[in-house]
Design a protein around this ligand. Structure first.
Ligand SMILES: [Ca+2]
Length: 610
């Protein structure tokens, strides 16, 4: 079976069905952590991840082992507690070469710093604290003023476009009292997009990408990518390197009633996610207008009867959970200790998504669902839970993910081969595994009624094929589309036995010579053949049994009542073949004809092939 054929048989589906229950489990990767808030893959070393602790330490996990030595310790520079602290980290996409890593923390003044460090020049498991450079913001400050202690955002992530995305909360208090999230002159309550691939000596550490959506509008800060966020607590890109779409998903923590997930197709900025004019998809405080319309509603929201503060995760693009979970977005609520995933139904024309099939995983994840402050993804796309009480868990599948419950269209095309297998909506031939399962053995021969009756009549030609209760001669293909040729018999050994029965019996008997039959009278390797029996033996069984029994006469069968004439020598040339096999096209009658020595047909049998 060719790869091409298998590919043609495969059907790619987007799952909108709910996964079976109790499929996932949380495997402890590392414990002993203090208030972890992020788990980030080192892009230069697949076996290394770092864990961001809110108090200021950045830990190293190498090959699943938490190391003693920190990647970086910013404890003395961080104001931590409540929603403040060291909150986010992102490695530059070119980290292996540039050694650049970015962190987001609350400084001792309570303001937000985005600082760049370089990996140590000699130790790949450390950052060099002496290389700190704080990005310089419009107006010249090296930090972003936070009017209140809460709603600092804190996440950092590079997009597929190579730009650094910084999610900032509305500055705090409650209900965004200064309407910052709709203020075009404030960085607060926004998603920012920066190009940080500037030289080491660049005075601000970044430039505004000229393609940012509000560049050229004098009243709007060019750094702004999106408006209307309250406290974006974790966002991610559906990673194209792992097969994702590049979309941006932003979880935004709600105020009084609604937690929300926002979605934008790849490269689609300039959106207004609504806060504080809306909370979730609900009109909220409208005493001041939004900066611009339209407002973009979340693709998913849940009420405070369900949870109290959302933690955004990732679109799953790994393999350990099985294809059932591919493309599902995972998220959690750190207040109610719950974890869910949802399916994304993506419009092929617009790239916009709608959410469907929300499924809760809380019970099956056990303690892994407790206090999820963040999610992480490793180099293979596998998903991790960051549990704020102090542990990292890896998501795993409790059982092999079952095939999707999608029926196959049309009849099984492999019936003639013993029966195919319906796999995720497509037919597989016998013996081919479905979705990583062990191959199933071909089914047993078909039951009576479809099995072929009697022995293979084509043994002398190398062996026939049983096809839908009829025998086909060698070289003919059984209907059903298989191009697999029937097995051919092994060649006889030199000087070996001949295959099948003597085709020259009616002429008096051939000679088996080096694996082939010679007609009567021919010598094998100079050795004369034995003389034929006097009168000649008759071929096969008596065809006149039903009439009372025939007579064998000079090698042929005579019907009852006919006397055998004086024995005579058989002709020494075979103008008539003793046994005639007529290859026929498939679905045509096959005729096996025995011819008497004098040329008369004494027996004819028809086998019908379908
Ligand atoms: Ca919103």
């Amino acid at each position: 079976m060719t790869t091409r054929l298998l590919a043609a048989l495969s059907v790619v589906l987007v799952s909108t069905v709910q996964p079976a229950e109790a499929q996932l489990r949380a495997e402890l990767l590392a414990g002993g952590l203090s208030q972890p808030v992020a788990f980030v893959q080192d892009p230069s070393q697949p076996s290394v991840q770092v864990v961001v602790q809110q108090g200021g330490r950045i830990r190293v996990i190498q090959n699943g082992v938490l190391l003693e030595q920190d990647y970086l310790d910013l404890t003395s520079q961080v104001l931590s507690g409540g929603e403040q602290g060291l909150l986010g980290l992102a490695f530059a996409p070119d980290y292996a070469a540039s050694r650049r890593v970015y962190v987001n923390f609350t400084n001792q003044s309570g303001d937000t710093v985005i600082a760049r460090f370089l990996r140590d020049a000699t130790d790949p498991l450390r950052a060099d604290p002496a290389t700190r450079f704080d990005l310089v913001w419009p107006g010249g400050a090296r930090s972003i003023r936070q009017p209140f202690g809460n709603h600092n955002g804190g996440h950092l992530a590079f997009g597929p476009d190579g730009y650094l995305y910084i999610g900032l909360g509305d500055g705090g208090s409650g209900n965004d009292p200064f309407h910052y999230a709709q203020d075009p002159g404030s960085l607060l309550g926004k998603m920012l997009r920066l190009d940080v691939s500037v030289s080491a000596s660049h005075p601000t550490g970044y430039v505004v990408p000229p393609s940012n959506p509000f560049v050229g509008q004098p009243d709007v800060l060019g750094e702004i990518w999106d408006f209307g966020l309250r406290n974006p607590w974790r966002y991610s890109f559906d990673d194209p390197i792992l097969g994702g779409t590049g979309a941006l998903l932003v979880a935004d923590v709600g105020q009084s009633g609604w937690e929300e997930v926002n979605y934008a197709p790849a490269g689609q900025g300039g959106r207004n996610y609504g806060w504080r004019n809306r909370e979730g998809a609900h009109e909220y405080i409208i005493s001041l207008p939004p900066y611009f319309l339209p407002l973009t509603d979340p693709i998913h929201e849940y009420s405070h009867a369900v949870g109290g503060a959302i933690t955004g995760g990732f679109v799953y693009r790994g393999s350990a959970l099985g294809s059932t979970y591919t493309g599902r977005y995972f998220f959690a609520d750190i207040v109610s200790n719950r974890v869910w995933s949802l399916a994304l139904s993506i419009d092929a024309g617009t790239g916009e998504a709608t959410a469907a099939g929300v499924f809760e995983h809380t019970a099956e994840l056990g303690s892994g669902a407790h206090g999820v402050s963040s999610f992480g993804v490793d180099a293979s796309g596998e998903l991790y839970l960051v549990s704020y009480p102090g542990a990292i868990y890896r998501l795993a599948s409790d059982v092999d993910a079952p095939p999707l419950a999608v029926a196959c269209v049309g009849p099984d095309p492999f019936v003639a081969l013993g029966g195919g297998r319906c796999c995720n909506g497509g037919w597989l031939p016998p013996g081919i595994a479905c979705s990583g399962e062990a191959p199933t053995p071909p089914p047993p021969p078909p039951p009576d009624g479809s099995a072929c009756v009697g022995p293979d009549p084509f043994v002398a030609l190398g062996g026939g094929t049983c096809c839908n209760s009829g025998w086909l001669p060698p070289g003919m293909v059984c209907s059903g589309g298989s191009s697999t040729p029937p097995p051919s018999p092994p060649p006889p050994p030199d000087g070996g036995a001949c295959v099948g029965s003597d085709p020259f019996v009616a002429l008096g008997g051939g000679t088996c010579c080096n694996g082939g039959w010679l007609p009567p009278g021919m010598a094998c390797n100079g050795v004369p053949p034995p003389p034929p029996p006097v009168g000649g033996a008759c071929v096969g069984s008596d065809p006149f049994v039903a009439l009372g029994g025939g007579t064998c006469c000079n090698g042929g069968w005579l019907p009852p009542g006919i006397a055998c004439a004086t024995p005579a020598l058989l002709p020494d040339t075979g103008s008539c073949n003793s046994l005639l096999m007529e290859p026929q096209p498939s679905r045509s009658p096959l005729r096996s004809v025995a011819v008497s020595p004098d040329g008369g047909v004494v027996k004819a049998r028809t086998v019908t092939a379908p």
